[in-house]
Design a protein around this ligand. Structure first.
Ligand code: ADP
Ligand code: MG
Length: 364
């Protein structure tokens, strides 16, 4: 099911007595989510992710704008008639019910022509449980399950009616690191198997990047960029997006362009053909540094961290905004650790320039 958001806006009245201005939690969000895709809605806490999801689910009403499921305008359709499945961070299972009863619950409320026989309900519950691989836990109570298993039950419960759209709000945040990794792969698999259009909310960029067909990066209620994860990573539109994606984070320097050349400090580090002379920011991905004795860019070497496949050089440069920078180089590159200074050549496609005022991308 295709989902279309059209100029979607949600304002909340201010709770602050001194500042009476409305909070604009979602500001003019327009996007067509293609049928059968998994979309990662990504941004820092408070940027409007949950509000967006709750607008799509129908738990909240928009201040203005429209929502379509396929060709149907669902803006005024109540949540229970939208055909959505919802999963939250806290699994919100009924503690006194067994796993089976929890999964059956949404089916038991069906009325009229949608009403199912006991056998049909049980079959659907078994199928949903099979999909999330908890078939052998059906007679347990939630308290007898691990966090990861509880979240699977919640996902099964959301899937049992075969929703038109599956909405997941930070579903992995309560799980430990290993389970988080495993469960996100599971969600990806289930999404592929069912083909249900899914919106996955997270503040964790790595999580969103790893499982999404497309990501939407939000800040202060405003969509910053939409695209395939790799495209957004390789081509950030503004400094916020560049800084939000990537681990270790991108390295940001005060820089300038003079005579078609990019300067960091006094060093001319890269050609910047066609860019007018100006002060700007230069942001360099950690993998954009190539260790070279005659390289144009010099940094102080502070430490060396070996991380299996890669070596991370902790470096310092007076033009940098971050106190410690990280350059990632292949572990087969010899590094003389006694050196206090290192020099780099920069990979042009890993260096982005941004306007000092607007923080928008300057394209070379
Ligand atoms: P996120 O899920 O990205 O952390 P939210 O969508 O929960 O962000 O919130 C976005 C903004 O809207 C925040 O500034 C938050 O304080 C505000 N907000 C959310 N819900 C309400 C509400 N019911 N009343 C007032 N303000 C709200
Ligand atoms: Mg939230």
């Amino acid at each position: 099911m295709k989902v279309v958001l059209e100029n979607l806006t949600k304002k909340f009245p201010s709770r602050d007595r001194k500042n009476r201005e409305d909070v604009i939690a979602v500001n003019d969000f327009t996007f067509e989510i293609p049928d059968g895709k998994l979309i990662g809605l990504l941004g820092p806490s408070g940027c409007g992710k949950s509000t967006t999801l709750n607008l799509i689910s129908g738990l909240l009403k928009p201040t203005s704008g429209k929502i379509y499921f396929g060709e149907e305008d669902v803006t005024k359709v109540p949540a229970e008639h939208r055909g959505i499945g919802l999963v939250f961070q806290n699994y919100a299972l009924y503690p006194h019910l067994t796993v089976r009863q929890n999964i059956l619950f949404p089916l038991q409320n069906l009325k009229g022509k949608d009403k199912l026989s006991k056998e049909e309900m049980n079959k659907k519950a078994e199928e949903a449980a099979g999909l999330v691989q908890i078939s052998e836990l059906m007679d347990r109570k939630p308290a007898e399950l691990s966090g990861g298993q509880q979240q699977r039950v919640a996902i099964a419960r959301a899937l049992v009616k075969m929703p038109r759209v599956l909405l997941l709000d930070e579903p992995l945040s309560n799980l430990d690191a290993r389970l988080r990794l495993q469960t996100r792969e599971e969600i990806r698999r289930i999404q592929r198997e069912t083909g249900i259009t899914t919106i996955f909310v997270t503040h964790d960029q790595e999580e969103a990047m790893s499982i999404s067909d497309m990501i939407v990066v939000m800040k202060d209620g405003v969509v910053q960029q939409i695209g395939k994860p790799q495209e957004v990573y390789d081509n950030p539109k503004n400094l916020f997006v560049a800084k939000f994606l990537g681990t270790p984070p991108i390295n940001v320097f005060d820089a300038s362009v003079r005579g078609g050349k990019l300067y960091i400090g006094e060093e001319g580090v890269l050609e910047a053909p066609g860019v007018t002379d100006q002060e700007c920011y230069a942001a360099i991905r950690p993998e954009g540094f190539v260790l070279k004795e005659e390289g144009a860019f010099g940094c102080e070497l502070k430490a060396l961290e070996v991380m299996g496949r890669d070596i991370s050089l902790v470096i310092k440069n007076s033009a940098s905004q971050n106190p410690a920078l990280r350059a990632i180089i292949g572990s087969d590159t010899p590094v003389d650790v006694t050196k206090k200074q290192v020099r780099f050549e920069l990979k042009p496609q890993k260096v982005f320039l941004f306007d000092r005022e607007t923080e928008e991308r300057i394209f070379c």
